[in-house]
Design a protein around this ligand. Structure first.
Ligand SMILES: Nc1ncnc2c1ncn2[C@@H]1O[C@H](COP(=O)(O)OP(=O)(O)OP(=O)(O)O)[C@@H](O)[C@H]1O
Ligand SMILES: [Mg+2]
Length: 452
């Protein structure tokens, strides 16, 4: 992704040329928010106005921008459409040559997307200056903690030569942020590093073409397949938002029919011999990857959980008060950085930043805008998963795998399959008890379903 400041300036210039008026503050806030994948409700909070006002203004903005760009624009496509135009405009200003600069990421993540007038550099000697393309990475400003996860991932990649790693966890838990931190620490170990998201559902062939273009830029002879580049150089490929190519309304991790070839591609990376690594990022653990993990020692998965005590840095940075209550707040919201960010806004706005007031004022756990994020998870479930999850919400103790709802016409095997799928989605958690493994619904989701 390009720098949002540059994009705003670019859109502002375009608008001014066409309409002789600049972007208004609310329009800039909407664009910035949409760029960061924020819901309108969050943008409204940031601008201190109602959600309906933001919706109204956004609709007008998309229409205006659509006229300026000569395309249909909406909140879903604005980023890709504008970025495409922006790239073309930059390339035409700079002799058509895109050179992705080496980056220096230190704590904060700086994306580089430099266009230069000279042509590509001659091939780089291996391990000296990695060629990095993080242009499609979302802008994530803060990255606290995660030291043990980074250590584990480094060990898998550098010592165990793991070829396929899947990082999975609830949406907003910090998977992309963690991966960026990892990249900043291992970038010198690779010849090429490239990040791509499946946000816009690219066909595998399209993605492969883009990757080949990238990997071939410093080589005199293009190679036929991605795996050939993985073999001849040390490549780190990150594919984010893999859950976009999974079906809605089916069990977790079932590929959409037209995207089944991705599974074969992942399998090829895991099972062929090479010196590179593919990191997949998904909110659910795909079953095919689970099978690979059992069969193949070069495949690993990391279930990413909350930030724990490290989340205090977020509260500190936002200037919250009552430090003695921070542990409790982090526990209630599971150290989930996105959920905490939402709650922090409410605490600042309605409780003047006082955490103790917020906690005592809420007899039930306050969810606010987190509800919309939970709904996104629920929307993906199959009918049976939905039934089981609603039943789990009525259970106050972790359940045994044989303890299925009496009024469900469901075989034990089917019930187990549903629980397994919900666990893969991180909505149901395993609890280890002396008597054996038990299962319970995520506590925040339970509060939400109880309220519904
Ligand atoms: N370690 C961290 N320290 C501070 N903030 C963090 C951290 N990790 C994530 N965040 C914040 O939480 C939000 C969500 O993070 P991120 O986008 O990485 O989550 P994700 O798991 O990739 O979500 P999704 O599944 O929706 O892509 C971001 O606003 C990010 O800045
Ligand atoms: Mg992400």
């Amino acid at each position: 992704m390009n720098n949002i400041e540059d994009i705003l300036q670019y859109i502002d210039n375009l608008m001014f040329e066409e309409t002789e008026s600049n972007l208004t503050p609310i329009e800039k806030t909407i664009l910035t928010g949409v760029w960061q994948k924020q819901a309108y409700s969050i943008i409204a909070k940031n601008f201190h106005c109602s959600e309906s006002k933001i919706k109204q203004e956004a609709a007008k903005l998309w229409k205006k921008l659509g006229q300026v760009l000569g395309e249909d624009i909406n909140s879903d496509n604005v980023r890709s459409r504008v970025e495409k135009k922006y790239r073309v405009s930059q390339a035409s200003h700079s002799g058509d040559c895109l050179l992705l600069d080496n980056i220096n990421i230190g704590g904060q993540f700086i994306q580089t997307n430099n266009y230069r007038q000279e042509h590509f550099k001659p091939p780089q000697p291996k391990h000296q200056t990695p060629i990095i393309d993080l242009t499609k990475v979302p802008e994530l400003n803060y990255n606290y903690g995660r030291n043990s996860e980074v250590t584990t991932l480094k060990e898998w990649i550098l010592e165990n030569k793991t070829r396929l790693i899947t990082i999975y966890g609830l949406s907003g838990i910090g998977k992309t942020a963690l991966t960026l931190k990892l990249i900043s620490e291992i970038k010198t170990e690779f010849d090429y590093i490239i990040y791509r998201s499946l946000d816009h559902l690219p066909q595998l062939i399209t993605l492969k073409d883009k990757l080949k273009q990238f990997f071939s830029q410093s080589q005199s002879n293009p190679l036929p397949e991605i795996i050939d580049y993985f073999n001849s150089s040390r490549c780190l490929l990150i594919i984010d938002d893999v859950d976009n190519i999974f079906q809605f309304g089916n069990l977790a991790g079932q590929y959409l029919t037209e995207y089944k070839d991705y599974s074969k591609f992942f399998q090829q990376i895991a099972t062929s011999s090479h010196q590179s690594c593919l990191i997949l990022i998904s909110s659910a653990k795909p079953p095919d990857i689970e099978t690979l993990e059992i069969q193949n020692k070069h495949t690993k998965t990391l279930h990413l959980q909350g930030l724990g005590k490290d989340a205090k840095a977020i509260l500190r940075e936002k200037g919250l008060k009552d430090e003695d209550k921070w542990d409790e707040l982090i526990r209630l919201y599971q150290g989930h950085p996105d959920w905490l960010n939402i709650i922090i806004l409410t605490i600042i706005e309605f409780f003047n930043g006082k955490v103790s007031l917020f906690i005592t004022a809420n007899d039930d756990l306050f969810l606010g805008d987190i509800e919309a994020l939970l709904e996104n998870h629920l929307e993906r479930l199959s009918e049976l998963e939905n039934k089981v999850i609603n039943w789990l919400a009525t259970q106050n103790e972790p359940i045994d795998i044989f303890q299925k709802p009496a009024d469900f016409e469901l075989s034990n095997a089917r019930f187990l399959q549903i629980i397994q799928s919900l666990t893969r989605r991180c909505l149901v958690e395993k609890v280890l008890r002396e008597e054996g493994v038990k299962f319970q619904l995520n506590s925040l989701l339970k509060v939400y379903l109880d309220m519904k």
